[in-house]
Design a protein around this ligand. Structure first.
Ligand code: ATP
Length: 249
């Protein structure tokens, strides 16, 4: 793979919240243009820590990551121009209406007023919240909030969309819609870094997965390759085999 095709290169990224204890340990992987890469692993595996370092929200203890040619260490501003990060919660913005939130975020990312308007229009279409966009976010169900946040993350068509648990809290119909949306955008050239516990979802949506446990990336590959390599029927079984064999070593 040519470097120019790599939208993300993660190089030995580590985080120690406490000295000597690795939440994320020498994690390395790449994501190509138009590729959907998912980090999968149990609670506390280091998914959010890794994703937050790449998103420039958390300082790495060691290592580097390069997004669209820009290092998180030396050019964090440039990295931020090329990514969007979907957090788990709307947090501080809950008192805004959905529409005001989309506009606020669009103005942060757009170069002009007309581009901001375009982003808001795209965001409103993607989230399909209709008139409810005029209501405060605090009145939305968790599923509605997720759709709004996701629309916000992709309305500006970033080079890399980083989505932490993109479909958590969504019912099956909404989750299917979101997965389809991600696949369509990837086909247009947007790259995705996802995290999830839901391995069936990941098997469907991802081009490649990385299995992470106790801060270490133990295996990466296409779901079909991994099923064949480990002689299993689904990714959950692959996961179990990978984690068990790493514990024996
Ligand atoms: P989940 O699926 O539960 O969100 P995760 O895979 O995203 O888990 P992380 O949140 O990255 O895992 O946590 C990795 C490790 O780092 C855990 O042991 C966690 O307790 C620890 N950790 C996370 N945030 C902090 C923090 N701010 N201070 C100290 N330790 C932390």
């Amino acid at each position: 793979m040519e470097n120019s095709q790599k939208v993300l290169q993660v190089k030995g990224l580590s985080k120690q919240y406490r000295k000597g204890v690795y939440a994320s340990e020498k994690v390395s992987f790449d994501v190509a243009k138009g590729e959907i890469f998912a980090l999968i692993g149990p609670n506390g595996a280091g998914k959010t820590t890794t994703i937050r370092m790449i998103s420039t929200l958390l300082q790495a203890t060691e290592g580097d990551a390069v997004v669209a040619g820009h290092s998180i260490l030396t050019e964090p501003e440039k990295v931020r121009q090329n990514i969007t990060y979907l957090p788990d919660e709307a947090g501080a913005y809950k008192n805004m209406t959905g529409k005001a939130y989309l506009r606020f975020m669009a103005e942060l990312y757009a170069d002009s007023k007309s581009q901001a308007e375009e982003f808001v229009k795209t965001g409103a279409e993607i989230c399909e919240l209709g008139d409810r966009l005029n209501d405060k976010i605090s009145s939305y169900s968790r599923g509605m909030q997720r759709k709004l946040l996701l629309a916000r993350a992709i309305m500006s068509k970033p080079a890399l969309a980083i989505l932490d648990e993109p479909t958590s809290g969504l019912d099956i119909i909404n989750a299917l819609e979101i997965r389809r949306m991600i696949k369509n955008l990837a086909a247009e050239g947007m790259s995705f870094l996802l995290s999830s516990h839901n391995m069936l979802e990941i098997e469907y949506v991802s081009d490649r997965v990385g299995i992470i446990a106790k801060g270490r990336l133990l295996e990466t590959g296409r779901p079909s390759e991994l099923l064949e390599k480990y002689g299993t029927k689904n990714l959950e079984e692959v996961f179990e085999k990978v984690v068990t064999s790493s514990e024996i070593l």
